[in-house]
Design a binder for this molecule. Structure first.
Ligand code: PHE
Length: 475
């Protein structure tokens, strides 16, 4: 890779690196942990269909819009919007993004910490079912609960994960992350495929697929629509400026529409795959071991952590295979989470560097310190502290649930709405097209994209947000 022309602000080595970084941000816990959980809790196949619709009709246009904004604005979301529309308050949309990133990171690292915990369990052989265990489901449920209810584990593993994230961001994204992603993404895909083949051949798999893939539209409410939209944004890392920040490190000669399309496709594939594993295993547990379907579907955050170890035990090859596959799986899941967490911390750090003139190292560590403090109540809200687990003023929700719903149902959709309006109406389509056609003179989807970013995306977001708010307030 040629190093000579790298400007002081930092630039990706090639388009491929940018794609991997953007895909690394997009593919994370949202795909493997969040997606199946949301499908399970929001009625199955109908949710999947709505989610796919939002991914392509709203997600893709907004993805391209963010990349364009970043490359044209050459800064973090706040600085970029300031650059592109000087003297107007539109940079506040970028500010909302930085704030949203802060909220997301303060719960994301908790779940990521769990992957670290499970990796150590896996490597230590603790995911091998002890002789005479009657119920694998019960065994893994107990393991999960003993972790989440333990304040020490929660804080320490989350801390380890955050320190890793901060070290990489402080060093500059270019050096370490690029290599890590190039290896980990293909490996993750391979492991997921192996698990998928095993899952699909389990007894009860057909029932699982039916739940997952056959839509039952009577399950849809405005709340589910809103969750599907939030899931699409979260999973694509949109609505808070990750792609603006990453786009700002991209050279002028790279093709943006293709990049956006590739990132969206990879993200969709990994989420769909995760579901092809989880749902057969859930129904296997129900059909073969007499598990209770409703409680499994509603088990929420723990779902993935309790279900994946069960299928690992079903692979041929004995204890060695369990140790190998389980460590590899949680390691790769941890890396996928790491590349996502890095992108969030990068937004906050780039904001401090660009707009507050703080050195990169200091900025990365300062923001991580603040995130850590704000994350502690989240970490303790899974049983370790009764107060944070059942907030009395939030109808008994946990700190995690409050932050998570706030992000999915409000912050990300509102951020994405602001960005689409900014590109479609304020900074304007001609400017955006100039930036895109700079290197892609024959932008085939030109008309479609313009129409989507001006009308379809904002209107869809407004309808979904508005009707959900109305339905919340009217009961
Ligand atoms: N897209 C990431 C995931 O699916 C999470 C994320 C959200 C990352 C928002 C950056 C910004 O896990």
């Amino acid at each position: 890779m040629e190093q000579s022309k790298i400007p002081s602000r930092g630039q990706w080595g090639s388009r491929l690196v940018f794609i991997f970084a953007a895909a690394g941000s997009a593919v994370g816990l949202g795909n493997i942990w969040g997606f199946p959980m949301n499908v399970a809790q929001n009625g199955g196949g109908a949710f999947v269909l709505v989610y796919l619709f939002f991914m392509f009709v709203v997600g893709f246009p907004v993805m391209l819009a963010e990349m364009v904004l970043g490359r044209a604005g050459e800064k973090n979301p706040v600085g970029a919007l300031k650059n592109l529309k000087k003297g107007t308050p539109w940079y506040l949309v970028g500010g909302l993004g930085v704030f949203t990133g802060f909220v997301i990171l303060s719960f994301y690292i908790v779940i990521s910490g769990w992957t670290v915990f499970y990796f150590f369990q896996a490597a230590g052989g603790n995911l091998i079912l002890p002789e005479g265990t009657a119920e694998a489901g019960v065994y893994f449920e107990e393991m999960y609960e003993s972790m989440t209810a333990n304040a020490g584990y929660e804080v320490v593993f989350m801390g380890i994960f955050l320190i890793l994230t901060a070290v990489i961001v402080a060093a500059g994204v270019r050096t370490g992350i690029e290599r890590a992603i190039k290896i980990s993404m293909p490996l993750l895909l391979i492991i997921l495929l192996i698990l998928m083949f095993r899952a699909l051949t389990l007894e009860g798999a057909g029932e699982g697929l039916k739940f997952y893939l056959v839509p039952d539209f009577s399950q849809l409410t405005f709340g589910t629509l809103n969750m599907a939209l939030g899931q699409a944004f979260f999973s694509l890392s949109l609505g808070m400026g990750v792609m603006i920040t990453y786009g700002s490190y991209l050279s002028k000669k790279e093709n943006l529409p293709t990049s956006a399309g590739q990132v969206v496709s990879m993200d969709v594939v990994i989420a769909i795959l995760a579901g092809l594993i989880i749902f057969p295993v859930i129904f296997f547990t129900v059909v073969v071991h007499g598990g209770d379907l409703d409680s499994l579907l509603m088990s929420g955050m723990g779902l993935v952590f309790q279900v994946f170890p069960q299928i690992l035990g079903e692979l041929p090859g004995g204890d060695g295979a369990v140790i190998f596959f389980s460590s590899a799986f949680f390691l790769l899941l941890g890396i996928a989470a790491l590349t996502s967490a890095i992108s969030i911390l990068e937004v906050i750090t780039a904001h401090l560097v660009d707009d507050w003139k703080i050195g990169r190292r200091k900025a990365a560590w300062l923001s991580s310190g603040a995130v850590f403090v704000v994350a502690i109540p989240t970490a303790l809200g899974f049983g370790a502290s009764a107060f944070f687990t059942n907030l009395p003023f939030a109808g008994g929700m946990s700190v995690f649930e409050v932050k998570y719903l706030l992000t999915f149902q409000i912050l990300l959709p509102v951020g994405a709405l602001g960005l689409s309006l900014f590109v479609g109406w304020v900074w304007g389509i001609p400017n955006a097209l100039k930036e895109i056609q700079h290197e892609t003179p024959t932008f085939v989807l030109k008309r479609t994209w313009c129409f989507m970013i001006r009308y379809v995306a904002p209107i869809a977001i407004l309808i979904v947000l508005g009707s959900n708010l109305v339905s919340i307030f009217l009961g």
